[in-house]
Design a protein around this ligand. Structure first.
Ligand code: SF4
Length: 363
């Protein structure tokens, strides 16, 4: 066993004394814990707080979430990013309501719900229901890699397996010591977030320092965990159209499945090799909506980074010159006035365009 009873007790005690206040830490309500854990998956704590409050205000129970239209869920989620999480929450809420309205109490059962994987199921089951199941997020992986002085690349599947086995053993031991599994898991995550940080380790304050192998073996503990060399992130130029007609602007809704599914956007797409941005916009309008447009001046370009690629969105002022609008590669389309754009959920890059549109139109 890599950590003694004394260290485990010390870790949980440290957490109970030093934990940061967060809205979701004052509840054992599995629905609220679920929402917070999903939001925290790709987003920082400080960013999540207002979204969490806003989401629970709009959907206080799983029943409210299940019966809401997807459009409303995406709108409330807008700005939190990674919209697949919102769509999955919505679908899982429907599954829960169909099964009686209570969140399942075990991690195995929770994993059967849409979008709930090993991390989220373990977090809900341990924090809300006290199951002895380990949560392994980036923070916990880093703490364990340092405590074990694991020198192999962290993304290696054998390393992941080892860390998971160690975390599982530790949470079981914590429960055998009559410590709460939820507190143990939260303590490990909190330690990684506030003490054993990626670029700085505050080892003097660490409750695990007496048994950490990295301190005794390395000059610089932040050399771990070892990362695989970063891959080059591709970049795409996107040509999009602000098509105006009688004071209204055309917006389209992305198909529900796939990236940014269900969100609204200014229609357009990826620039192909050898074409200008103007040609790209004309082609996309034809392919997506069967309309012809005259492409005028560039309204604005916006850079945005997603997890695996970057884009520059180039939005052009356009005039509809012909063709009857057909929904070919989108699920809906609307002509709306600039001030009405705020009612729809848009990706971040499009919202920058909207701000300028509303500013320039005095709306
Ligand atoms: S002693 Fe230092 S390196 Fe080891 S777990 Fe604690 S903070 Fe991390």
């Amino acid at each position: 066993m890599i950590l003694s009873d004394k260290s485990l007790r010390g870790l949980v005690k440290w957490f109970q004394k030093n934990r940061r206040e967060m809205s979701w830490r004052n509840t054992r309500d599995p629905y609220k814990i679920w929402i917070s854990e999903v939001m925290l998956q790709q987003t920082q704590v400080a960013t999540v707080e207002p979204y969490y409050e806003r989401f629970l205000k709009a959907f206080p129970t799983v029943h409210d979430l299940a019966k809401a239209p997807l459009d409303k869920v995406l709108k409330v989620w807008e700005g939190c990013g990674y919209y697949a999480r919102a769509r999955n929450l919505h679908q899982a809420a429907k599954q829960i309501v169909e099964q009686g309205g209570e969140l399942p109490k075990s991690s195995d059962e929770l994993r059967k719900l849409k979008g709930i994987g090993p991390y989220t199921s373990a977090a809900i089951a341990s924090i809300a229901f006290g199951e002895a199941v380990a949560v392994l997020d980036g923070n916990v992986e880093r703490v364990l890699a340092r405590v074990l002085c694991e020198r192999r690349v962290i993304s290696d599947s054998r390393v992941k397996k080892r860390l998971h086995a160690v975390a599982s053993e530790l949470v079981k031991k914590a429960v055998a010591l009559r410590l709460s599994s939820g507190d143990f898991n939260e303590a490990m995550m909190e330690l990684g977030a506030t003490v054993c940080k990626p670029r700085e380790a505050l080892c003097k304050k660490c409750p695990l320092k007496s048994e950490c192998r990295a301190i005794s073996s390395l000059k610089d503990v932040t050399a771990l965990p070892k990362k695989a060399p970063a891959k080059k992130v591709p970049h795409y130029d996107i040509g999009a159209a602000i098509v105006r007609k009688d004071g209204r602007i055309l917006i389209t809704q992305r198909p529900e499945h796939g990236m940014l599914g269900g969100l609204w956007e200014f229609p357009g797409g990826k620039q192909e090799r050898g074409e200008t941005l103007e040609e790209c916009v004309r082609r996309e309008m034809k392919e997506e909506l069967a309309i012809d447009v005259e492409v005028n001046s560039l309204f604005q370009s916006v850079n945005h980074a997603y997890t695996h690629f970057k884009i520059t969105l180039h939005c052009f002022d356009c005039k509809h010159t012909g063709g009857k609008l057909k929904l070919i590669h989108c699920s809906d389309a609307k002509w709306v006035r600039p001030h009405e754009l705020s009612r729809f959920a848009f990706p971040k890059a499009d919202r920058v365009i909207i701000e300028k549109l509303q500013l320039t139109q005095g709306e």
